[in-house]
Design a protein around this ligand. Structure first.
Ligand SMILES: NC(=O)c1ccc[n+]([C@@H]2O[C@H](COP(=O)([O-])OP(=O)(O)OC[C@H]3O[C@@H](n4cnc5c(N)ncnc54)[C@H](O)[C@@H]3O)[C@@H](O)[C@H]2O)c1
Length: 314
């Protein structure tokens, strides 16, 4: 497989539209498809909104918006979307049955050499590959939310993914000005979600045990240990602090860290009460009376400032 020049993005919910935008911004033709036509409508609206924001922030030129949009084609069927593409990226819900059905359908529709990638947050790439006749060409390509902002994309090698597929996806990620990280073993949750869920599990346990308020736990990360993360990762942080200190602290601390193997009861209760976070107006925080679009807009603007300061945008 040479260069990827045409991509199909299947599923345009939270992730699909932003992924399509990044490809199109970097000169790649995109076909988008969703089983719900209204989702494709919403995708167009979010593309317009985000491209306008990017132009206002000087990341793209306003005069380039029409050309970027002209690279994004809406398809009316899966077959239509996959026609003539080099790569299919699936971004349908994180439900194993839906994913395996899509992979089996894609395998029968797409030409033999086409790479089939999944944006799954942590399901087994090896298992998805098993329902196809091209396991060597099945790979994880895990974007982070919001995909128009977050620089990193995980490449997950399934048990049978071949080197050429990994190299092709890596070259594509570099070409679209993102940063690839290679997950060499297909472990549940890959790299990012394992690290993130370890932190979130501890955060919820500390809240549940009354050790601190939700706000102070978040501030501890945002203005404390997380403040360093764009510059120093956890392993670099240990090297800075000293292995001897890490060893001494670990000896008394590890045994106290949360190691629950099921979601905490507080989260189950909140789900039962429809306290799902921003989307229902209540989660760990109460968002009633708050303009969610404004809140998210302000967060995205701060992230764009960070992107520029850290020279992730050229
Ligand atoms: N939301 C996030 O923050 C996030 C971050 C990283 C990765 N992911 C992963 O990306 C994937 C998509 O997540 P999302 O949050 O965008 O989901 P979503 O539920 O917001 O969107 C999924 C879309 O897929 C469509 N769909 C369902 N079945 C389909 C089918 N058979 N063919 C075509 N379209 C179909 C739905 O109509 C919907 O528009 C999941 O695997 C998820 O784990 C999500």
């Amino acid at each position: 497989m040479g260069e990827i020049n045409k991509v199909a993005v299947i599923g345009t919910g939270t992730m699909g539209p932003g992924i399509a935008q990044v490809f199109a911004q970097n000169g790649i033709e995109i076909h988008i498809f969703d089983v719900k036509p209204e989702q494709l409508e919403k995708a167009r609206e979010s593309l317009d909104r985000n491209l306008t924001l990017f132009a206002e922030e000087g990341i793209i030129k306003k005069s380039d918006i029409d050309q970027i949009l002209s690279r994004i084609h809406t398809s009316s069927s899966l077959k239509d979307a996959v026609e003539g593409v080099d790569l299919v990226l699936e971004a349908v819900p994180e439900v194993p049955d839906i994913k395996t059905k899509i992979f089996s359908d894609l395998d029968s529709i797409a030409d033999d050499g086409v790479i089939l990638a999944s944006n799954t947050s942590g399901l087994s790439i090896t298992n998805l590959a098993k329902v196809t006749n091209r396991p060597a060409k099945v790979v994880g390509m895990h974007w982070w939310n919001p995909p128009i902002i977050i620089p990193v994309i995980e490449i997950i090698r399934g048990e049978k993914t071949d080197d050429e597929t990994v190299r092709t996806i890596e070259a594509l990620i570099n070409r679209i000005n993102k940063i690839p990280v290679l997950v060499k073993k297909d472990v549940p949750g890959f790299l990012g979600n394992r690290l993130q869920y370890a932190l979130m599990r501890e955060a919820i346990a500390l809240l549940n045990d009354g050790v601190a308020s939700a706000k102070d736990i978040d501030t501890m990360i945002k203005a404390g240990i997380g403040f360093k993360f764009p510059v120093m990762g956890p392993l670099e942080t240990i090297d800075m602090a000293g292995m001897d200190l890490y060893n001494r602290v670990s000896r008394y601390l590890y045994q106290h860290l949360n190691n629950d193997t099921t979601p905490p009861p507080i989260v189950n209760t909140m789900v039962e009460n429809n306290e799902l976070g921003l989307k229902t107006g209540k989660g760990f925080y109460d968002y009633s009376g708050i303009d969610i679009n404004k809140l998210m807009g302000a967060r995205i603007k701060k992230l764009i400032t960070l992107l520029k300061d850290l020279e992730y945008v050229k």
